[in-house]
Design a protein around this ligand. Sequence first.
Ligand code: TYD
Length: 212
Amino acid sequence: MGNKNNGKFIVFEGIDGSGKSTQIKKISKRLKTFDYKVYSTFEPTDGPIGSLIRQMLSGKVSTDQRTIASLFAADRTDHLMNKVSGIRHKVDQGEIVLCDRYYFSSYAYHAQYIDMDWVIHANSLNAEILRPDVTIFIDVDPKVCFERIKSSRSSFEMYEKIDIMKKVRDNYFKAFDALNDLEKIIIIDGNNTMEMVEDAILNEVKKIFKIE
Ligand code: TYD
């Protein structure tokens, strides 16, 4: 078993509907059975900057894509540095932090509208503060994701949405390629059953903690 005083920062990424939040809950439970102290969190945060971002995403507050990308970077810095619940502090205290989205979400989502290098640059301070020990990308076919999250949309909107999901997925892979030397990325096939995906993630996580 690994050193339990050794904090870790594990990020989960994927397009909407890829099952990140379900898997985080499952992995958190499994890690707790090995006596690790686990803290699960997410971005955008539920803090003041995150709330403003959610208002912008819902269209309640209008904005420009550069503004929103900058706000996501600022929300992330607060998420890292907050004195009580900040990720940096938790990891330093030896906790395992599981985070639903981090800077790769920014690279994948905002590069639909603005230059990816600009977004990477805007997040360089965050990368300096804390790079994930590992980023786990749950790779699910955009069509499957859409089926999971669809509600009463028209078919026109359906194609539009699948098209966006494909672009975001492509951008994730572009970012993984561009930052391959700096980041540890694990791609998990998320098209299988939730249980199979959980086992695949747990196998990878066990390797990180050297759990037999
Ligand atoms: P998500 O966690 O998927 O949504 P919820 O839990 O509210 O269903 O995140 C909300 C949206 O924010 C999602 O579509 C992706 C987007 N996003 C960005 O555009 N940039 C970012 O940096 C992050 C973290 C998320």
